[in-house]
Design a protein around this ligand. Structure first.
Ligand code: B1M
Length: 209
């Protein structure tokens, strides 16, 4: 449908006001909220996600595209709820205790939302106890931890130990510049991904498995 293709293209260009306008127009034309979400907004975000993974676009483009997606979703949200479109899964995300870097974490959150997942963002400097409490409170499927400092990545092990110690079901995903697959294996987390787009792919696969 032409209007949805145009919406996807404008989203990739980060043109938030135009995206909002088109979402409203599509609703007025009677296109289903689910179709607008999937074929207009999420399809645009997934193109950006792939380009980001292949180094064809960079952080600023991703951030403005994500802002455009959020603008579109803000118009769509009440219609989605009334149509009963369910989120595909729930993720609790945060930057670990002692660490204030949040740009990468925010990108992971946006990419996950772009895949239709509901993301509860705990912010930065999040303790293992806070991850665990939030995962229980929201009945999350995934706990996602970001760390940018070699001195704080060890907090990820504390999260894994606490979650396993309590016998919880959540998958634990980790990432951030100093984190590696070897580290992930050594602490028993469920997934390490090097970038935001792959993190969103893995999160979706955990939720739909
Ligand atoms: Co800081 N800092 N910083 N810093 N900072 C680094 C990380 C550093 C490498 C710079 C350097 O020395 N070259 C260094 C860490 C060294 C180390 O530990 N190995 C460092 C340091 C030392 C510090 C301070 C200690 C400096 C000081 O005060 N002396 C201090 C610590 C503060 C604290 O956290 N307690 C500090 C502070 C800051 C600022 C506040 C100034 C600012 C943060 C602002 C903010 O985030 N709001 C800052 C910044 C901006 C950086 C650099 C320059 C950029 C980080 C960034 O945002 N990159 C960084 C140097 C660098 O990386 N070149 C540096 C862009 C972002 C998109 O990438 O976060 O890696 P990244 O996310 C990627 C992937 O890693 C992945 O996806 C993202 C996108 O694809 N990913 C995940 C991230 N989380 C994931 C989770 C997943 C999966 C993938 O699953 C859950």
């Amino acid at each position: 449908m032409a209007i949805l293709e145009e919406m996807s293209t404008l989203l990739q260009q980060g043109r938030a006001p135009k995206v909002k306008e088109l979402v409203q127009q599509a609703i007025d034309e009677g296109i289903s909220p689910k179709q607008i979400l999937e074929e207009g907004l999420l399809s645009g975000m997934s193109v950006i996600g792939e380009k980001f993974k292949n180094n064809e676009v960079f952080v600023p483009e991703v951030l403005i595209a994500a802002r455009a997606m959020n603008a579109g979703i803000s118009i769509l949200q009440p219609h989605l709820v009334s149509e009963g479109v369910e989120s595909k899964g729930k993720v609790v995300i945060g930057t670990v205790k002692g660490d204030l870097h949040d740009i990468g974490k925010n990108l992971v959150k946006m990419m996950m939302e772009g895949k239709g997942l509901e993301v509860i963002d705990l912010g930065v400097d999040v303790s293992p106890e806070q991850f665990v409490e939030a995962a229980k409170e929201h009945d999350a499927d995934i706990i996602a931890c970001s760390a940018l400092l070699t001195t704080t990545m060890s907090e990820m092990k504390n999260v894994v130990d606490k979650v396993r110690g309590e016998g919880m079901r959540q998958k634990i995903m980790i990432g951030g510049a100093p984190v590696t697959q070897n580290y992930c294996d050594s602490i028993g987390a469920d997934s390490y991904t090097p970038d935001a787009a792959s993190a969103a792919d893995v999160a979706l696969s955990f939720c739909t498995a």
